[in-house]
Design a protein around this ligand. Structure first.
Ligand SMILES: [Zn+2]
Length: 134
């Protein structure tokens, strides 16, 4: 399926090839990607079950959601939120004061991460259903 928008074409080709593309990085001319939301989640882990010596799954709690309407706003918001939540460009905690964040979500002593993501909807809690062991 060909459209006027080069970014939509790239995305469709990638989907057809079974690849994943971060849609927000594509420069649409069709207006498809706006508005986007820069979402901040606190990510922890919850106990899933005892299979294979026990397994855990990620749980995200929304902290903040910022609507952005163009690239300038998107980039400025990412910079501002990374500073506020003390994250580097790879999403690593750069602060020292928060022991739980230094440990991270997989620590058995208890910890969590802050994650910033660009999505096409307002921040939501996840998962919406408790996952099952497969
Ligand atoms: Zn497009």
């Amino acid at each position: 399926m060909n459209t006027e928008c080069k970014a939509c074409n790239e995305r469709n080709e990638a989907l057809a090839a079974g690849e994943e593309l971060e849609d927000y990085r594509l420069d649409h001319t069709c207006g498809r990607e706006w508005p986007r939301y820069v979402n901040v989640h606190e990510v922890g882990q919850a106990y899933g079950g005892s299979e294979e010596g026990s397994w855990w799954f990620d749980t995200g709690t929304p902290i903040e959601s910022v609507r952005v309407d163009d690239w300038t706003e998107l980039n400025a918001t990412l910079v501002r939120l990374r500073v506020r939540y003390e994250l580097d460009e790879d999403g690593n905690y750069t602060g020292e004061d928060d022991v739980q964040r230094r440990r991270g979500r997989t620590s058995c002593a208890g910890g969590y991460d802050i994650e910033i993501s660009v999505q096409d909807k307002f921040a939501e809690a996840y998962p919406t259903e408790r996952p099952r062991y497969e």
